[in-house]
Design a protein around this ligand. Structure first.
Ligand SMILES: Nc1nc2c(ncn2[C@@H]2O[C@H](COP(=O)(O)OP(=O)(O)OP(=O)(O)O)[C@@H](O)[C@H]2O)c(=O)[nH]1
Length: 319
């Protein structure tokens, strides 16, 4: 993340700004959906279930005069299991690195203890610009939105003193309402800097992590209720097949899906393996589109008992 030419001031890079921003908020606040709307391409998985975003996934907003690099974090929350604790460490590390923080609070839910907990943590980060983003604005009427904006402003003053949040922006990621404004406001807090990534680059997430996310999304389709947080996906290897012409590569992708109980393994695999085949077919199409190459997808389902609580298992699974 080193920026060349540490000279300050607007004119330093012809007025160009570039930097990092993170969206935080409690589970289900709409962070992934907003990231996707800002970046304009699906990079993070979304789900109706909380805490599906396990990895830090970056998307980049490109403008003629700016680059906004977004980091999508897992839901910041009170640690419960060890996995939760690791997630919170990840969040704390990310906060220290960014130039501005977007704090997401849904318009259609009263500010609760979870939001206050996060607000206090953000205030403790120090002098960083914090922009309160009131998400899902389409779900409430004008008056309810106004009241929520006032409540969010009051929360800002409560944790940060009289100045409160640097900005407050209502947005609807699903309707596209104010999505550009959110980008504008975040960009206004980015430092003068040359572009940090080549144009057209949408994510710097290692391909393996994106592949794992695509498979995880396909595997959870229709069974989210039975398998809320018990599925981890690890890409073992991606090997180019030998003897293929360079312009038409073919890759062997080997992947392990870890669940916590044999009953969950049965759900993933389905009767006679039918469900797993369907998961493979769906994920393969998405992965081929991502990689621009044909692949053979080899999926294995394994039971790793209590992987969420076992430090050794967590390391093995990449957490
Ligand atoms: N109506 C409406 N629904 C939204 C909007 N943004 C997100 N949602 C819905 O809210 C739910 C949660 O959205 P996500 O983007 O997955 O939330 P998140 O904060 O990333 O959640 P975690 O990954 O659990 O931290 C999903 O069902 C979304 O479809 C919005 O602008 N309007």
């Amino acid at each position: 993340m080193s920026k060349q030419n540490k000279s300050d001031g607007e004119a330093a890079h012809g007025g160009y700004r570039a930097g990092f921003s993170v969206l935080v908020g409690r589970p289900n606040a709409g962070k992934s959906t907003l990231t996707n709307a800002l970046v304009g391409q699906k990079v993070a998985i979304t789900s109706a279930k909380p805490q599906t975003t396990r990895h830090t996934i970056r998307g980049i907003v490109h403008r003629d005069d700016a680059q906004l690099i977004l980091v999508d974090t897992p839901g910041l929350h009170r640690p419960r299991t060890l996995l939760g604790k690791r997630l919170n460490e990840l969040v704390a590390d990310t906060l220290a690195e960014v130039d501005a923080i977007g704090f997401c609070l849904p318009a259609n839910e009263k500010i609760g203890p979870g939001d206050k907990f996060i607000a206090a943590q953000l205030a403790a980060v120090g002098n960083k610009p914090i922009i309160a983003i009131v998400t899902k604005a389409d779900t409430v009427d004008r008056q309810a939105l106004t009241e929520q904006l006032l409540a969010v402003a009051a929360l800002g003053r409560e944790v940060r003193g009289e100045d409160g949040w640097n900005d407050i922006v209502p947005v609807s990621a699903t309707d596209g309402f104010q999505v550009d404004t959110v980008a504008d406001v975040l960009i206004s807090h980015m430092p003068a800097s040359p572009p940090l990534y080549p144009d057209g680059h949408l994510t710097d997430e290692p391909e393996a992590v994106m592949i794992a996310e695509l498979i995880r999304e396909a595997a959870l389709e229709g069974v989210r209720d039975e398998l809320p947080h018990s599925l981890a996906v690890v890409v073992d290897e991606i090997v180019p097949r030998e003897g293929r012409p360079e312009d038409r590569p073919f890759l062997d992708v080997r992947v392990n899906l870890y669940v916590e109980r044999p009953s969950q393994k049965a759900i993933i695999i389905g009767k006679g393996g039918a469900r797993l085949r369907e998961v493979g077919t769906n994920a393969r199409k998405a992965i081929e589109a991502l990689l621009g190459a044909r692949i053979y997808l080899d999926l294995h389902v394994k039971v790793a008992k209590d992987w969420q609580r076992d430090p050794k298992q967590l390391v093995k699974l990449g957490f």
